[in-house]
Design a binder for this molecule. Structure first.
Ligand SMILES: Cc1ncc(COP(=O)(O)O)c(C=O)c1O
Length: 468
């Protein structure tokens, strides 16, 4: 894309040393050549006008013109009458590693999990929301803000979460963060500060993410098994954990919902143990053929930190999430957030507030539900057609499913051969605390795979999945 330049001159750090005895024009030429060779100035970049550079360096304009002409003759610079001088297309490449080019081959279908349909990001709605947010932003809000985040976004989120997730929310107890990953780290640090030593996590789950965040906060992380009803609360009670990370609405990655009795048992465990449950509410917006499941936080606002994110509903690149905190943890978490980065960018927060309040966020979610439901239907039809013996589970919500490979089929072999056929498949072993490869299962993400690619990808690996 050709950048549009503002009328103000580009800044360029160059110096001349009047005490060195070296002629000024030689110093200037050397400085510019060096900037181009080392990549400080890159092909196509605009240089200041001769008048501006002369003024900045305190030299004559003629000297700069002479220098530009010399470098033009050497092929470093290019200029046209009436246009700015730029670094020429053939100017020396900077030394060192060339720009890494993607060597990853294009896949027929990549069933990578956790990525929403990136092409459906509502660019126009977001731009509109950003513009509106910037236009209406009070001057005082350009300052460092409340570490909990923008008051407007917190109010809108509180209403949204009450409406959509049946959460018990008060804007004073919401802390805006940079996605789930940051929220988890903030929560762990605060819990460590109040004497928690051990955190439990679901197995299968996100062992590496949780273990890394726990280690950073000085916590020990222990796995607790998940079965068809969600996390095993008895097994949890047998550990010494005083906090647990769970995905109640749609367990990651098995896709089961936490059974009603388990929800109650988990809350009871938290009360008995004086513990805190961290609820990862990561893809609760997308459900298909089952009743909506409210946030666990709605059952025990004093015991649950519920972390939400727009990474699945909009795009991971936005890096916006929120933490609904028990009242007494809200201030310490906000303090950690302040220490960590002084706050999530306010303009983006206000744009999200605008997007939600205008109804465009809901509209986007409705559209995406239809998109994912269609992909899910194609996936099921393709598996029924091309790999009919496979059991598929976890499809009631979100945009991933689990396929159970027949006995004797080796997960890694399937993943490797599928890759040779240009299909990206991912095994369950990565999500088990032990990384055990049995039972052999695949976690198939279909969020960022179009319907045709889903069908073509499954057709390419159907027999392989069945071990034929
Ligand atoms: C289980 C789970 N929760 C939440 C997220 C979202 O994380 P973030 O909001 O930091 O992008 C992910 C990302 O893949 C995830 O796998």
């Amino acid at each position: 894309m050709t950048p549009e330049w503002s009328s103000s001159p580009p800044e360029l750090l160059l110096a001349v040393d009047r005490t060195s005895g070296r002629p000024l024009h030689a110093q200037l030429q050397h400085g510019l050549r060096d900037a181009i060779r080392t990549g400080r100035l890159q092909v196509g970049e605009r240089l200041p006008s001769s008048r501006e550079l002369a003024r900045a360096l305190g030299v004559s304009r003629g000297l700069v013109q002479e220098c530009y002409a010399q470098l033009q003759a050497e092929g470093y610079l290019a200029t046209r009458p009436g246009f700015a001088t730029r670094v020429a297309a053939g100017a020396a490449e900077p030394p060192g590693d060339p720009q890494p080019r993607s060597t990853a081959p294009r896949l027929l279908a990549d069933f990578r999990c956790g990525v929403p349909d990136l092409g459906s990001f509502p660019v126009h709605d977001w731009l509109r929301a950003l513009r509106e947010a910037a236009r209406a932003m009070p001057t005082a809000e350009f300052d460092y803000g409340d570490p909990r985040g923008s008051a407007r976004l917190r109010e809108i989120l509180a209403a949204y979460l009450r409406r959509v997730r049946a959460a018990a929310t008060d804007p004073r107890h919401i802390v805006v963060c940079n996605g789930y990953a940051q929220g988890l780290g903030l929560a762990f640090r605060v819990l460590a500060d109040i004497g928690v030593h051990t955190v439990a996590f679901e197995d299968p789950g996100s062992p590496d993410t949780v273990a890394a965040a726990a280690a950073t906060a000085g916590l020990r992380a222990v796995p607790v098994p998940v079965d068809s009803g969600g996390i095993d609360v008895r097994a949890l009670a047998a550990t010494d954990a005083r906090t647990v990370v769970v995905t109640p609405a749609h367990q990651w990655p098995t896709g089961v919902a936490l059974a009603p009795q388990r929800r109650l048992a988990l809350v009871q465990w938290a009360r008995d143990r004086d513990a805190v449950v961290i609820e990862d509410d990561y893809d609760a917006e997308f459900r298909y053929d089952r009743e909506p499941v409210g946030a666990l936080q709605g059952l025990a606002a004093d015991r649950v930190i519920s972390i939400g994110t727009v990474s699945k509903s909009l795009a991971p690149a936005l890096r916006i999430g929120w933490m609904v905190c028990p009242p007494e943890l809200a201030d310490p978490i906000a303090e950690q957030k302040h220490r960590s980065d002084r706050g999530t960018p306010t303009l983006d927060q206000l744009a999200l507030a605008e997007l939600i309040e205008s109804g465009r966020f809901d509209r986007h979610l409705r559209r995406m539900r239809t998109t994912y439901a269609a992909r899910r239907a194609v996936l099921l039809a393709a598996l029924a057609e091309d790999a009919p013996v496979l059991r598929v589970t976890g499809l009631a919500a979100g945009f991933h499913a689990v396929t159970h490979l027949p006995t004797g089929v080796v997960e890694q072999d399937v993943v490797t051969v599928a890759r040779e056929r240009s299909v990206g498949l991912y095994g369950m072993s990565a999500y088990r605390a032990s990384h055990a490869a049995e039972p052999a299962q695949l976690v198939l993400g279909f969020g960022n795979v179009g319907e045709r690619a889903v069908a073509a990808g499954i057709a390419a690996v159907g027999r392989l999945l069945m071990g034929w």
